[in-house]
Design a protein around this ligand. Structure first.
Ligand code: CU
Length: 179
């Protein structure tokens, strides 16, 4: 496990840079007076799962505005808790063999850059639904609210589905490490 520290340090540096950039963006967003009106959400879907399990929501967020938008969390009535997560593949050498391990990290601040878009998809960024309060079945819809750093909220109706073809390989709902 001695091979890991370099990777960990690198990730910390990236995190610090992200936080600094997010702080600057927050000032801009407040100066502009608005935030979530300028976002467009497309291709949203929630993974089906039984009550008590975890699920995940995937979507694409496009920022049509002139200022970055910083998302700090999510809420839903369908689960006890919702968090922004990122799935990362950790690679380590154990007994001379390369071992891959899928881990999820909590994302405190997700920056949607002005004029850009961020893709939440299996194997990457996602909204984690922790402790479903009811069964999520294909054909249903759940309410999900994105929460911005300035406290504004964007409410979405997200269909429960299996996702687009070829999209469902990495199942965040079944990764328990990192929680
Ligand atoms: Cu997750």
């Amino acid at each position: 496990m001695r091979a890991m520290p370099r990777q960990v340090v690198f990730r910390r540096i990236v995190l610090v840079l992200t936080v600094l950039a997010g702080g600057a963006a927050l000032v801009l967003a407040q100066a502009a007076g608005s935030s979530l009106d300028q976002l467009e959400v497309t291709a949203a879907w929630a993974r089906p799962a039984p009550a008590g399990d975890n699920s995940a929501v995937y979507l694409t967020i496009t920022n049509h505005g002139a200022a970055d938008v910083v998302l700090v969390g999510a809420e839903t009535d369908a689960a006890h808790m919702a968090e922004i997560h990122e799935t990362v593949m950790e690679v380590a050498v154990v007994d001379g063999r390369l071992v891959q391990n899928m881990q999820m990290q909590h994302v405190d601040r997700l920056v949607i850059p002005a004029g850009g878009s961020v893709n939440l998809r299996p194997g990457g960024l996602h909204l984690m639904l922790i402790g479903l309060t009811r069964d999520l079945e294909v054909g249903q819809s759940i309410t999900v609210r994105l929460v911005a750093a300035d406290g504004s909220v964007l409410e979405l109706a997200v269909p429960v589905s299996q996702g687009a073809a070829g999209e469902g390989h990495s199942n965040e709902a079944q990764v328990h490490a990192g929680h």
